[in-house]
Design a protein around this ligand. Structure first.
Ligand code: NAD
Length: 385
């Protein structure tokens, strides 16, 4: 089999689906790799580096699609990329089938198989292919770096001859994969870090990373009343009005003290909940920073403008970029290409370059959204957890 990797065509996308290192691993699985010229450049991988890893560099996207049996890329394909697919080919990329129904139908018509990296089931066995988590990890780290570059002060407290500097106070709202990465980064830079989540079970993880879990004022001990927003499968559900009021009251109390807010709160299938409201921004000190990782889904902050950085009337910077992983393209590509390589490893059980698209395998089944002219999304629930 040949694995072909095109240059990403989405404006501003710097990641790539294959690195020289992952190519070496794919060769061990019996695959040949080809890459479009310049595909890795914005992520720090030159054509030369690919060639040195045994990858053939071809001149055009059309050549990649014509020769590749498997096409591996990052972003969901655009319509003219789908048009280059045909029966017998397999596309591996992010796809978001629930949000991209037309694209899914278009892909079905080509007869190609599509494996959506965003549909990999979140079970232990599939962690090595969990690209949502690997990209959320990069986004959480980058959110803190972005906050730091917009914050005019140190994170860590210092006592210097020129005066005493207090440590920065960081609040992370939502402690899933991205939030925990942000907590780890902020504490390692020396900030005093607080974190809040509607799922009380993350309190231990937050505390083990050196941050303080923000409990709400319920009569129960250990955040018993904080169960409110916990749903099944480790995801959150919308909060009740009472819970939300308590949460907002707590944030209002914290706002004048906090220098940096990083919001990551998401609820599956819904717009991002609004949690950092205009009056909270107004209560923050000038020079404070809000980084809203939920911007793509409408934002957790009232004032967030997706894809932009704005400054509020009282001097608070609000960062609403939606491409944090792409802003760390080398790291994100390395992790993503490893996720794809593991997917291909499971698809090539004989290590002989022969693709076996086994629909009895929960992970492969879960991620497959079209196969042989049929739409196979949504998948049945996985048999094992
Ligand atoms: P996510 O991106 O869907 O949400 C981010 C966080 O926002 C979640 O922690 C959620 O509880 C929180 N949130 C929602 N509403 C909120 C509110 N009103 N206030 C504050 N916080 C709010 O989550 P994710 O990062 O994709 O992870 C979800 C869960 O899945 C986590 O428990 C994670 O550990 C788990 N997970 C498991 C696996 C695996 O088993 N292979 C892989 C990845 C993630």
């Amino acid at each position: 089999n040949k694995v072909g990797v095109p240059r990403e065509i989405t404006a501003g996308e710097s990641r790539v689906g294959l690195t020289p290192e992952s190519a070496l691993q794919l060769v061990k699985l019996g695959h040949d790799c080809l890459v479009e010229t310049g595909a890795g450049l914005s992520a720090g991988f030159s054509d030369e580096a690919y060639r040195a890893a045994g990858v053939r560099v071809v001149a055009t996207r059309e050549a990649v699609y014509a020769e590749g049996d498997v096409i591996a890329k990052v972003r969901p394909p655009q319509a003219d990329e789908v048009a280059l697919l045909s029966a017998g080919k397999t596309l591996i990329s992010f796809f978001y089938p629930a949000q991209n129904k037309d694209l899914l139908e278009q892909a079905r018509e080509t007869g190609a198989s599509v494996i959506a990296m965003d549909m990999v089931p979140r079970i232990s066995r599939a962690q090595k292919m969990d690209a949502l988590s690997s990209m959320a990890n990069v986004a959480g780290y980058r959110a803190v770096i972005e906050a730091g570059s917009n914050f005019g002060r140190f994170f860590t407290g210092q006592v210097t001859a020129a005066g005493k500097v207090p440590p920065a106070k960081v609040l992370v709202i939502g402690a899933g994969v991205a939030g925990l990465a942000a907590i780890g980064t902020a504490t390692s830079l020396g900030a005093i870090t607080y974190a809040f989540d509607v799922r009380p079970e993350v309190a231990e993880q937050i505390e083990s990373m050196g941050a303080e879990f923000v409990y709400l004022d319920f009569a129960h001990s250990q955040g018993g009343g904080q169960q409110d927003g916990a749903a099944t499968g480790g995801y959150a559900a919308p909060s009740s009005p009472e819970f939300r009021e308590k949460q907002l009251a707590k944030f209002r109390e914290l706002a004048p003290e906090i220098d940096i807010v990083i919001t990551t709160a998401l609820i599956p299938g819904r717009d991002a909940p609004k949690l950092w409201l205009e009056d909270m921004v107004a209560a923050m000190k000038p020079g404070s920073v809000v980084v809203d990782l939920a911007a793509e889904r409408g934002g957790n902050c009232d004032l967030t403008v997706p894809d932009q950085k704005i400054v509020s009337p009282n001097g608070v910077t609000i960062v609403g970029y939606t491409d944090f992983p792409s802003r760390m393209a080398a790291q994100a590509s390395t992790l993503y290409a490893t996720n794809v390589r593991h997917m291909l490893s499971d698809l090539t059980p004989g290590k002989d370059g022969v693709l076996v698209h086994n629909m009895d395998d929960d992970v492969i089944r879960g991620a497959t959204v079209t196969k042989a002219g049929e739409i196979t999304f949504p998948p049945p629930p996985p048999k094992i957890q």
